[in-house]
Design a protein around this ligand. Sequence first.
Ligand SMILES: Nc1ncnc2c1ncn2[C@@H]1O[C@H](COP(=O)(O)OP(=O)(O)OP(=O)(O)O)[C@@H](O)[C@H]1O
Ligand SMILES: [Mg+2]
Length: 234
Amino acid sequence: MAESVISATSITKSFGATRALRGIDLDVERGEVLAVMGPSGSGKSTLIHCLAGVLAPDQGSVRIDGTEVTALSADARAQFRLHHIGFVFQFGQLLPDLTAADNVALPLLMSGVRRREARARALDGLDRLGVGPQAMQTPGDMSGGQAQRVAIARALVAQPPVLFADEPTGSLDSVAAEQVLGAMLEVVRDSGTTVVLITHDARTAAHADREVIVRDGALSGVGSVAHSVPGRAR
Ligand SMILES: Nc1ncnc2c1ncn2[C@@H]1O[C@H](COP(=O)(O)OP(=O)(O)OP(=O)(O)O)[C@@H](O)[C@H]1O
Ligand SMILES: [Mg+2]
């Protein structure tokens, strides 16, 4: 049996009368890249927010890397996220007045890493995503693709075992999207990071090991395995 790094059982979530998630079971193996697809409003963002501990589901349990996140208090969940989870939002997540280097160093500073080390790790992360030259620029002076690379570097800087990305290339044209995705996948494949990636784009999903489809708050279809991670049992 391969090891599940994310294990969700029967999760439900409603917003008032809207039943956003109707009972989702999902396991993701260590090192797997999973694409989540499905129509607008089907519950994709709600699902990854519940998996990442950004939102608490109404019912069900989520275990990440051995910790039952649904059993933690809101404060403990926030602490857990800092060390175990990277999250890339679609846009508007970088602090506009900080340089790329300071944006990426921030999560490390928040978890008590010393300034000099945080800065060195931030610069290394920017380099690995191909935005080393932009280190001293603020987000407003970058292209959309560069800003997304910085956001991905920030999500990965604490070396979380799990990365969630909600349409990280959704605002980019197809060439830029492909390049940013390629840079992200190279880094995560290299480090063995488990990835859950929401996308509307079949070409993006084709880079994943597996895809699932959310419809009306339920997982309706489990797609084919595009390619397998070496050494991983299925
Ligand atoms: N904070 C909220 N308050 C009220 N309703 C919400 C909230 N967040 C999501 N919803 C509702 O829950 C349902 C699922 O929303 P969700 O954002 O998860 O969809 P999605 O699949 O990510 O859509 P998209 O592809 O457009 O991003 C929708 O009906 C949405 O209106
Ligand atoms: Mg969404």
